[in-house]
Design a protein around this ligand. Structure first.
Ligand code: SAM
Length: 301
């Protein structure tokens, strides 16, 4: 399961399966007392994947941790939903969702007239998504354009070839992505976004902090993961993948600082504060309750 420079994946494999875990968390939000959003398509993806043999690696036998992660994903989803809705309200009608996975914003958000939503991800991930949504006759709420390309390759050319217009302001998102990119590819990504962004463009990012990439936290995560794998094996359950092996644990450029230095006006909120604001705080008494992240909302001046 270790990474290589040119690795590819299907939806139930390697990094692809992480999109399913997020879809599953979004599906579970429907059971919350006061759901932060409704994603009616998440369940279809999960059902199709289970039919194809996928088993969720979520640690349901640790209910407190599962609750923390579900609240984290719910808050994160709401943050990016609000980001795109606000960008639209300010007249931005071109959106690019990087590493879209099973994100269904193009189908479920109230896009302003004339909007185009580009989604970038690996080909098999987007194929799976297309098949499931077509089977359920889902109709996008904006002009939708899937761009099947790896973000470590020349994705700007692929985006332009699909009609993207760099002269008009764009709303970008990078959610659930950065640890899956090598540090150098992350730097290149933000340089490319900056080059493709006309003034007035907006960018939302889930940026991971030093604690997330620290050897100490990685060791604690791996210990918990090993324990969960042992428990699952003893219970005769499926073999649990270790998501930590999909991440590039390398020192990172500070995204908020880099954007500020490159002419973006930046605001950022920690995940912990975001969750409190949405009345979905992480439960007390957990070590490393949620990833060490900040959610960035930036505007190009
Ligand atoms: N952003 C989506 C969301 O929050 O629902 C998906 C998040 S999922 C954790 C990670 C996604 O990143 C997967 O869909 C995966 O295929 C995509 N991804 C990771 N590295 C990528 C790369 N180098 N090129 C294209 N997609 C990538």
């Amino acid at each position: 399961m270790s990474r290589t420079d040119d690795d590819t994946w299907d939806i139930t494999e390697s990094v692809g399966a992480t999109a399913l875990s997020v879809a599953r968390a979004r599906m579970l939000e429907a059971d919350a007392d006061c759901p932060l959003y409704t994603d009616p398509y998440a369940q279809f993806f999960v059902e199709a994947a289970i039919e194809a043999g996928w088993r969720s690696p979520f640690l349901d036998e640790d209910p407190l941790r599962a609750k923390a992660m579900t609240a984290y994903i719910a808050s994160r989803t709401k943050f990016f939903d609000d980001f795109f809705t606000t960008a639209g309200a300010n007249g931005v009608d071109q959106a690019v969702i990087l590493a879209a996975g099973l994100d269904t914003r193009a189908w479920r958000l109230p896009w302003i007239d004339g909007s185009t939503v580009y989604e970038i991800d690996q080909p098999k991930v987007l194929e799976f998504k297309d098949e499931v949504l077509a089977e359920h006759r889902a109709t996008p709420a904006a002009r939708y354009c899937a761009v099947a390309v790896d973000l470590r390759h020349d994705w700007p050319t692929a985006l332009r070839q699909n009609g993207f217009d760099p002269s008009t302001p764009t709303a970008w998102s990078a959610e659930g992505l950065l640890p899956y990119l090598p540090s150098a590819a992350q730097d290149a990504l933000f340089e490319q976004i900056d080059q493709l962004s006309a003034p007035g463009s907006r960018l939302s990012v889930e940026a991971f902090g030093d604690v997330f990439y620290s050897a100490e936290q990685l060791a604690r995560r791996q210990e918990r993961m090993a324990e969960a794998r042992r428990a699952a094996a003893e219970a005769g359950g499926p073999e649990l993948p270790d998501v930590t092996r999909l991440w590039y644990m390398e020192a990172r450029t500070d995204v908020a600082q880099w954007l500020t230095e490159h002419g973006w006006e930046v605001s950022a909120v920690t995940a912990i504060d975001l969750m409190k604001g949405y009345q979905r705080p992480a439960p007390d008494g957990l070590e490393d309750p949620v990833p060490d992240t900040v959610l960035i909302d930036a505007r190009k001046l």
